[in-house]
Design a protein around this ligand. Structure first.
Ligand code: GEK
Length: 244
């Protein structure tokens, strides 16, 4: 693993117990997510462009569930509005340690980024114009998801925006099976073995809980977002922008 390549699930033992965002995962995370999430790079780059359009001076931009800060850095490299603070939040110390240590090498121009260790279901947000939940809501208990979105919506300034990217389920069982097959083909094409795919699937089953796109859109509407627009879809992954 010293080269940052994800081979955590090459031995079946890694499939025992639930998946955790620990030191081992943080070390291989960029490789893992690129090989597992189709279109990941597009979502990250687009998040930077969307943030640039919606960020307002003297507000905060939050990246929630920032991991190593791929989205955080994309935003920091795009947004130049005066007085905009970038706050990246994760509850994994391993992720944040690695994110902090590599920040300066990834920034086009040096600027301050605040890395915060918090549980996003249990924090209060300051006035913000952009909030990002890229592949993070899927790890939050379903019963806590609506309160989190309401909390975010209440903290956004008028015209502020949430970016939400998620793994999704299809309403139709046959279509869901076809998309799962295609997702596994995507992983095989990226060098994962049958054993690794099966072990990862088992480990992540109770931790990552996907929902249908209609469930997400209905919840965003109930939380009070007015314009909800899908801007990305690839196999079983989607992303929306939701304006307050
Ligand atoms: C990216 N957005 O590269 N509070 C804070 N963080 C949490 C919580 C919580 N309650 N639950 C999970 N996390 C990133 C990728 S990864 C997606 C996001 C993935 C954090 C968790 O520690 C992990 O770093 C992140 O959410 C999810 O664009 O691994 O598929």
């Amino acid at each position: 693993m010293p080269n940052g390549e994800d081979n955590l699930f090459e031995t079946p033992f890694m499939g025992v117990g639930d998946f955790r965002f620990d030191e081992q995962v943080s070390e291989v995370f960029p490789d893992m997510i690129r090989r597992s999430v189709p279109g990941y790079g597009h979502v990250i780059a687009l998040s930077g462009l969307i943030a640039k359009r919606y960020a307002k001076p003297n507000t905060i931009i939050y990246d929630l569930g920032c991991s190593l800060g791929a989205t955080t850095i994309a935003i920091a490299n795009e947004v130049t509005k005066p007085g905009c603070r970038i706050v990246a939040v994760d509850n994994s110390e391993a992720m944040l340690t690695r994110a902090r240590a590599t920040t300066n090498d990834r920034l086009v121009n040096p600027r301050a980024i605040e890395w915060l260790r918090e549980d996003i279901t249990d924090m209060s947000f300051e006035a913000c114009s952009v909030v990002v939940l890229n592949f993070t809501l899927q790890f939050i208990g379903i019963e806590k998801r609506e309160d989190l979105l309401i909390n975010i919506k209440n903290s956004l300034v008028p015209g502020g925006l949430l970016i939400l990217a998620e793994k999704v389920l299809h309403d139709d069982t046959k279509s869901q099976q076809s998309l799962t097959n295609l997702h596994h083909d995507f992983k095989r094409a990226n060098g994962y073995s049958e054993l690794e795919i099966a072990a990862k699937r088992q480990a992540i089953e109770n931790v990552l809980v996907p929902e249908t796109p209609s469930a997400h859109v209905a919840r965003l509407t109930r939380a009070g977002f007015s314009e909800i627009t899908e801007f990305f879809h690839c196999i079983n992954f989607k992303a929306w922008l939701a304006v307050k």
